[in-house]
Design a protein. Structure first.
Length: 112
């Protein structure tokens, strides 16, 4: 991730068979929400079956981008191109959950 991003919150949840973790990143330069790294999956018996996938969800556009972790001496996360073929159930769950988590984060910051 870019040096201008700051991790400020991480959450996890599940809704029926779908599990998700997400990490919120702010832009260090202006303090605005940049986006989320979201991981989603279901267990082997989950319906619909969703293999583990990681995405960058851009705050401005709401678009999902493929992400991967490269584990070596630097251990970095890399963002790829816009994700295509994302299962509709997965995309809807990601967007709804992140919208709720972001609202809760912003409300918490406003009350601090």
């Amino acid at each position: 991730m870019g040096q201008w991003l700051e991790l400020v919150s991480s959450r996890a949840t599940m809704d029926g068979p779908i599990k998700m973790s997400g990490s919120l990143y702010l832009n260090r330069l202006n303090g605005t929400v940049s986006g989320w790294v979201a991981n989603t999956w279901t267990g082997p018996a989950g319906t619909p079956h969703l293999p583990p996938r990681m995405y960058w969800v851009a705050n401005e556009s709401g678009k999902l981008y493929d992400m991967r972790i490269r584990v070596d001496t630097l251990s970095v996360m890399e963002m790829g191109g816009e994700a295509t073929g994302v299962e509709p159930d997965r995309a809807a769950f990601i967007r709804a959950t992140l919208a709720m988590w972001e609202q809760e984060y912003l409300e918490q910051q406003a009350g601090a």
